[in-house]
Design a protein around this ligand. Structure first.
Ligand SMILES: NC(=O)c1ccc[n+]([C@@H]2O[C@H](COP(=O)([O-])OP(=O)(O)OC[C@H]3O[C@@H](n4cnc5c(N)ncnc54)[C@H](O)[C@@H]3O)[C@@H](O)[C@H]2O)c1
Length: 355
């Protein structure tokens, strides 16, 4: 059976067996292609949303790996400041992923696209689903079409654990039937389906990485649980109470930014597993109350949280099974939660001192 004939939901052992066979066959051809690319010069990558939180870290790491980087961002959320350290070494395109012509121009000479650009706020997507739909689904379709039309080899797509929604299973596996609980989550799932589709129909090598709750420096502190860690740290550094939406017993699989960047690089180098989705997390569950406890200990403060209404579209528990990413991509979450928290605190404290 060919990978493209596979139904959407296989059991994990079946999927891993098929991917293993594909790895062996593809690697025979892949090594040759990579050798040719190496001879032709540096790898060229486009990072959409490269001025954002995850995108800007990815840009820095790609440059460290000797990759030529072009960034496309409309700066609706991201900032030039995020790219300060690398500004003179990258090509910067200011524009919108909804602009097909611009996307085609931005992809000339590009081998790999890391598609991070999106409207990420769950709350905003509930308020204005049309806008989130246009950027996240329309924009992703544009990215894939332009990649196909400009002969890009691979697209690594930033998906989200939100596609699982409030499923009863505590541990989320890629084989579970998605149940998106917000318009944002619907758009992320649609992007995955398009990625799979473009591999099946056009042979575009796509990877959908389902990030869980990513945290680290430069994260926008919005009102949803994506920005909860820097928001709590900054609040507690000011000696104020962190605000918890709900009872605080909701849990998340928090993953430090370096792990997510590493997963993207592994997807860039992977020899097989195209068209598939992968959970990218630590594989551990932490409640929001536990998080406040860890932060209190690390910051050496004793501040009681205050409680507000739960947010609409918020899921109760989220913990990843990361065995597929481990087996196929060789992914390992090398930075654990506490180390990640220490690093984020250090950077937040430096930022406060510099003000
Ligand atoms: N941060 C997380 O915890 C998390 C979790 C799951 C998935 N994700 C996904 O990872 C990706 C990056 O997230 P992030 O946390 O870095 O968010 P971010 O908001 O910091 O970055 C998104 C970037 O996209 C840009 N952008 C938005 N609309 C655009 C448009 N129409 N055209 C061009 N650029 C546009 C923004 O200016 C911003 O720089 C997103 O696709 C998001 O859905 C993030």
């Amino acid at each position: 059976m060919k990978l493209q004939d596979m139904p959407l939901f296989f059991s994990i052992p079946e999927t891993l067996f098929i991917l293993l066979m594909e790895t062996i066959i593809t690697s025979l051809f892949y090594d040759n292609t990579m050798r040719k690319l190496g001879r032709q010069g540096k790898m060229k990558a486009l990072v959409t949303g490269g001025a954002g939180f995850i995108g800007s870290h990815l840009v820095e790491r790609l440059m460290g790996e000797g990759v030529d980087v072009r960034v496309l961002d409309n700066f609706s959320v991201g900032s030039r400041e995020n790219l300060e350290a690398v500004a003179s070494h990258i090509e910067l395109v200011e524009g919108d992923v909804r602009d097909y012509k611009l996307m085609c121009e931005s992809m000339r000479g590009i081998e790999v696209v890391f598609h991070q650009a999106a409207l990420c706020s769950v709350a905003q997507s509930v308020e204005d689903p049309k806008n989130t739909n246009a950027v996240n689904i329309g924009g992703t379709l544009n990215v894939l079409l332009a990649a196909r039309d400009e002969g890009v080899r691979r697209v690594v797509y930033a998906s989200s654990c939100s596609v699982y929604g409030d499923t009863t299973a505590l541990t989320k596996q890629e084989t579970q039937i998605p149940a998106p609980a917000s318009p944002y989550a619907v758009t992320k799932l649609a992007g995955e389906l398009y990625c799979r589709n473009f591999y099946q129909l056009f042979g575009l090598q796509t990877f959908s990485l389902r990030y869980f709750n990513v945290f680290g420096p430069r994260q926008v502190q919005d009102s949803s649980y994506t920005g909860v860690i820097p928001r709590f740290i900054n609040t507690m550094l000011r000696g104020e109470s962190p605000v918890i939406c709900g009872d605080g017993k909701q849990s998340r699989d928090f993953v430090y930014i370096d792990n997510v960047v590493e997963a993207n690089l592994l997807a860039m180098k992977a020899k097989a597993g195209f068209g598939e989705t992968y959970n990218i997390a630590c594989g551990q569950r932490t409640t929001v109350l536990q998080l406040v406890g860890y932060l209190s200990a690390l910051l050496k403060v004793a501040i009681q949280p205050v409680y507000r209404q739960p947010q609409p579209g918020d899921v109760r528990h989220s913990k990843a099974d990361i065995s597929k990413a481990k087996a196929v991509l060789g992914y390992r979450p090398n930075t654990d939660l506490l180390v990640g928290l220490e690093r984020t605190i250090e950077l937040c404290q430096n930022h406060v001192r510099s003000l």
